[in-house]
Design a protein around this ligand. Sequence first.
Ligand code: PEP
Length: 267
Amino acid sequence: MNGARPVIIAGNWKMNTTPDTAGGLAADIAAATTVQGVVRVICPPFVCLRAVREALQGTDVEVGAQNVHWEPAGAFTGEISAQMLVGLADWSIVGHSERRRDQGEDDVMIGRKIVRCMEAGLRPILCVGEQLDEREQGRAEATVRGQLDATIAEVRRLGIDLPSNLVIAYEPVWAIGTGKTARGSDAATMAQAIRTVLAENAVDAARIPVLYGGSVTSAAIDEFLNEPDIDGALVGGASLKVDEMAGIVARAGITAQARSGAAAGAA
Ligand code: PEP
């Protein structure tokens, strides 16, 4: 069934690069990652979107934003709406744990951000994940279920179905930027739990890609892509390094090839 899902490697550059440096880095990553069958997405800071977009012209690497505001427009000083990104980005991360932590974003805001993405034609990557104490207390699945249920409820309250092009990134908060990774088997269990919640909410869960995020490197990616329930990675720190991205996408290409072979065999 996972043959129906794409393999996706998305890079989150966070608050790194400048309009002067971003285009060159994006072009170098694009050139080093020309691997069949892997969807590649680079999410630079807002002010670098145009430079990255221009640098990636003629490649099939897509561009994403790291966030959108939950309102369509208005008195929100310093914020960026989804509509402002039309023509600059094709994707947007929503609900990243650093924004939940630093900007106090909650699941209701994040549900509205998904709706704003849909209106602007942006493909959302919704981040969910538990804190370390929640995992240690055996509450990882319950936490992620709570995040998903509340987010989906807000999307539905606005009279909209969850977008069929949604991507979920399972990102245990304790693994982000720490050098610690989850175990591949634990991440796969969480991906299954995520699909259970999506199915309960009448979403065609088998078609929704679930990525793993949290200190992914070229050395650590294998464990996750060996899991049939995991469809790629949201990569933070390592996505700023050309060699790391080359290794990560090369490994993703092996999974993409295996999946397309399995899908062709089943057809
Ligand atoms: C992220 O930014 O979503 C992320 C997973 O970061 P890192 O790979 O640096 O842990």
